[in-house]
Write a protein that binds this ligand. Structure first.
Ligand SMILES: [Zn+2]
Ligand SMILES: [Zn+2]
Ligand SMILES: [Zn+2]
Ligand SMILES: [Zn+2]
Length: 316
């Protein structure tokens, strides 16, 4: 035990990933599964935790029951045997049928490995024991991003990357949580899988949103507003189409933005400026030379200088 509080019947500790055995330590049912060692009832025919056949003549109930001593009935068996099952049993103790639980209201997201409920803070999935953040699926891109942040001298603001189903993005209410659409990575639909340099672009763009939300007070400064404008103006988050984030070269049009995507909204403008700043390793001289060749507007230089100065001020 690492000391972290566990919910009953979690298979793994979400903090230290140690596997758990929920025995009949309180001597409530007087029975444990021969296979997994978890608490069961003599009345069961199947272990609801590991799915082993535990039928015993004269003990196991011939008919499905609701809830024998030591157990609760939270739902009826999904397989339709008529017996009761308790959350979070993966198997029915009466017929052995697989159970699925709607955990949308219980957890903040879903494990990218087993799709069961997990919370943002969890390192390991309490159900399958694998990396609940999904970061193990994109080690190469993450190593690259960390390296780029380091050489660009962007200090760690405590961001937390999570692979999740849905859309990529950052919720302003949770500025440090950066969600990356897992479909792009796990290739559930192969054609959605994106090459890792693009993933680096997508992640650094989203980190830009996280950085800005985290330092939101900065957006009301005169220098910031002169460069990026009014970031508070009405904005509906877009499903950030990753195809935009593969370019490492500055676009010729539009004149006053580093990329076409940046022209959509001041928040996207900042996220794109941040992406270019980081993926180009904070080398302003090199970037400015490219701006010159591409006849970018003065304000584009200003955006990068404002970010550069702010990063320097953060370093104290
Ligand atoms: Zn078992
Ligand atoms: Zn059943
Ligand atoms: Zn899992
Ligand atoms: Zn964006």
């Amino acid at each position: 035990m690492c000391g972290h509080e566990l919910k009953r019947y979690w298979s793994y500790c979400p903090r230290c990933s140690r596997s758990q055995t929920w025995r009949d330590s309180g001597r409530i049912t007087g029975a444990e599964c021969y296979s997994c060692g978890w608490i069961v009832s003599d009345k069961f025919s199947w272990c609801p935790w590991c799915g082993a056949d535990i039928y015993e003549e004269g003990f196991s109930s011939e008919d499905p029951l609701s809830a024998p001593k030591g157990f609760r009935k939270d739902a009826r068996c999904d397989a339709g045997c008529g017996g009761g099952v308790q959350y979070p049993m993966p198997y029915c103790p009466w017929c052995g049928g697989m159970q699925s639980w709607n955990e949308d209201r219980l957890f903040e997201g879903n494990c990218p490995h087993c799709a069961r409920g997990v919370d943002d803070w969890m390192n390991s999935c309490p159900w399958c024991g694998r990396d609940a953040t999904g970061r193990d699926l994109i080690p190469r891109a993450l190593r690259r991003v960390r390296r780029l942040l380091l050489v660009s001298r962007v200090g760690d603001w405590g961001y937390r990357l999570l692979l999740r189903p849905g859309i990529s993005g950052v919720d302003p209410r949770y500025p440090k949580i950066v969600e990356i659409e897992q479909r792009y990575v796990t290739g559930i639909r192969r054609r959605d899988e994106i090459p890792w340099p693009m993933l680096v672009g997508l992640i650094t763009h989203e980190l830009g949103h996280s950085f800005l939300y985290h330092h939101w007070h900065w957006t009301s400064s005169k220098a910031f507003r002169r460069a990026f404008g009014e970031v508070n103006k009405a904005y509906r988050g877009l499903d950030d189409t990753w195809v935009y984030f593969q370019r490492r070269r500055v676009a010729i049009a539009p004149t006053d933005h580093v990329s076409a995507y940046a022209a959509r909204h001041p928040q996207e403008d900042f996220a794109e400026t941040f992406r270019f700043y980081v993926t180009r390793r904070g080398r302003l001289r090199e970037l400015f030379a490219e701006f010159g060749r591409k006849r970018k507007g003065v304000v584009v230089y200003e955006k990068f200088l404002v970010l550069h100065d702010y990063l320097r001020s953060l370093r104290g």
